[in-house]
Write a new protein. Structure first.
Length: 241
């Protein structure tokens, strides 16, 4: 790829090739694909190797913008702590906000605290509560790790990224690409509007009632743990918790 190519794409630095992967700019760039594929493969291989010791884990998603001491922060922290005390590892995106809260809760319970960090130009540094901290360049590889090593998902309040992760898990379950694991929305009031819209989709025939039943709503951390235990493969069932 020439300097002129980079100027045309308005890309610079190491991330240029990865961004071009998602914003195709012409077949003249295809010569870079073998190197790009090799980098993606290495990222997957290293992620699989690092995560291979995890047997029972819950992926917790939520906003990076939630502040310590806020209700959503403390709810995520308590949920992770309770799940950790049962024997679950906790997987987060490794950043601040709800992610930091969940990693804190895991640490407080003595559970394995995992952070799957993403390299972004303006992202804050990984939080300091991770026992296993991995860094990814590609969102799709990172999401693969979130799903592959989880026995369930807890979704706290958040924005586009949180909704993306939630819908990824729902689509994979809906289409039978993964088993039906518990997907728990944390905090009933936060999710009311979205659930009403999902009900509208059922009424329009765009999703089925069975698709809607993939979603569970928890009023508080204790209820979230109850919902997870009702459906997830977990340490207690395996005799190790």
């Amino acid at each position: 790829m020439s300097g002129d190519d980079l100027d045309e794409l308005n890309l610079d630095g190491r991330g240029a090739i990865d961004r071009e992967l998602l914003a195709w700019a012409g077949s003249h760039l295809a010569k870079d694909d073998p190197a790009r594929i090799e980098r993606i493969l290495k990222e997957i291989e290293s992620g699989f190797a690092a995560m291979s010791r995890i047997e029972h884990a819950i992926s917790i998603f939520g906003s990076a913008r939630s502040r310590p001491g806020s209700p959503e922060f403390e709810m995520a922290r308590e949920t992770a702590r309770l799940l950790g005390e049962i024997g679950f590892a906790i997987i987060t995106g490794g950043g601040p906000g709800v992610m930091e809260a969940a990693n804190m809760g895991a640490r407080e319970a003595g559970a394995l605290s995992v952070g799957l960090n993403i390299d972004l130009p303006h992202e804050q540094a990984p939080n300091s509560h991770q026992d296993l901290s991995l860094s990814f360049e590609h969102f799709f590889v990172r999401k693969l790790m979130f799903v592959r090593y989880a026995s369930g998902f807890v979704i706290a309040s958040g924005g586009y990224g949180t909704l993306d992760e939630m819908l990824e898990a729902l689509v994979l379950m809906q289409t039978a690409k993964i088993e039906h694991f518990p997907l728990v929305l944390l905090g009933s009031e936060w999710w009311e509007g979205l659930l009403e819209w999902f009900e509208r989709l059922v009424g329009l025939g765009m999703i089925s009632q069975g698709d809607l039943e993939l979603i569970h709503v928890a009023r508080d951390p204790a209820h979230a743990v109850e919902l997870v235990l009702a459906e997830a493969r977990h340490p207690r069932a395996a005799g190790s918790g």
